[in-house]
Design a protein around this ligand. Sequence first.
Ligand code: ADP
Ligand code: MG
Length: 497
Amino acid sequence: MDDCVLRIESVTKKFPGVIALKDAHLQIKRGEVHAVCGENGAGKSTLMKIIAGAQGYTSGHIYLDGEEVFFHSTKEAEKHGIAMIYQEFNMVPELSVAENMYLGRLPMKGGGRVDFGKLYKDAEEIINRLKLHINIRTKVKHLSVAEAQMTEIAKCLTIGAKIIIMDEPTAALTDEEIKVLFEIIEDLKKKGISILYISHRMDEIFQIADRLTVFRDGSYIETKEIKDTNYAEVVSLMVGRSLESLYPERDYQGSEVVFEAKDIHGKGVNGVSIELRKGEILGIAGLLGSGTIELSKMIYGAIPMKSGEILVHGKRIDNSSPNKAIQAGIGFVSDDRKNEGLVLNRSIKENIVLSSLKKFSSGFRINKRKEQNAVQNEVERLNIKLSSPMQLAGRLSGGNQQKVVFAKVLEADTDILILDEPTRGVDVGAKAEIYNIMDQMTKEGKSIILISTDLPEVIGMSDRVVIMREGYRVLELSKEELSQEKILAYESGGIES
Ligand code: ADP
Ligand code: MG
């Protein structure tokens, strides 16, 4: 008999304008931990959601124990023994651990009442089987992230799962908690349960997985036994494509320091210092949880720092709020466009002039003509596709929304720009335009800090790269030293620096 519990054949998933999966294959053996690897956007989460019944597919076949199956909901997938632990948990905070474990399947006794005696007994048994120390009567809202995750795993056991999908399960866990998770995974394996494991962290994959499959741009690339491969090979399978043409030829020469962050401490950031030179693009690379985003938000005042100082042109500035940071000459494009970048129910024009109203007013009056000209210039310069500047920002495509954010930042006339994931959710055409805008801005004397988890972008755009891991600055690479293999290896702790 076939030792594959799950076989995915030729699965294709099209979204409007994007093919997330092209003819994807995957074979999962009974009782194995199978890592699914690929860069951002490779299609990993989409494939996992399809397997778990949370997402439909355009074409293809899924076989479970040799029989073709079609899931129209996660409930149906669960009935067949497939459960997924989502990156965002989906439990009811007000209910207890036990109630969440049996949600929708609570044991009942006469009169439509829940049989709490049986519920607690069953829940307790599963918690003990996993050797967890969680009080099953505690409300889920009082659990730590790790405990909530363990509860989700316990829930998978209550439905008798034979395949458990974990999408980046360690992203929010401490080292100690990861150890516990890995012990549980080993235990599940022994019970014949298969684990589909998504992680960006190469060290984890090599520690816990038996086999791995690499996807790239929605396509199946290769399946490998862990013992027959190594970090470098997996990384090159993941990134093997050329995107050079997307990026402008940089000709940064090196110039005076215009910005310094000195010994920044705060939540998730441990004593990081950086300096930025005029006209330079400094890349800051790190995996989820490495502290890169926290560092940038501390610099532009969106989250508080505990200690450290920020200097612009050698002078210490007040960065206690984003507005103060802007006044001191630091502009930013947040990774959270919808909450920190754009007011979606305001017009494009209003958004563009938002941080620079002073410039357009004399006394109490706003100079409408001046404002209009500025908006028109930005729309042309950035090639923003709109029907009218009065159109609501929320109606634009992702790429055009991001260009409006850039227009707003440019109008604020700050010399130092911090860009958090500036091309996330943006299609390739708009990406290339944004890269050109960045290049242009530095030629005009602005300096950029680029925070990105998109490695080709970091390498294609940066004149220098600082790598962070677990809140620390671990290494700096010059342009000549940059390679995806190197960055990934340092980010994931594969190479000790
Ligand atoms: P990964 O998990 O490997 O980072 P995803 O499966 O999330 O990749 O995404 C694969 C591709 O599909 C990406 O280009 C992404 O933008 C696109 N995509 C994912 N979900 C949706 C969606 N609901 N609508 C449109 N496009 C999507
Ligand atoms: Mg994903």
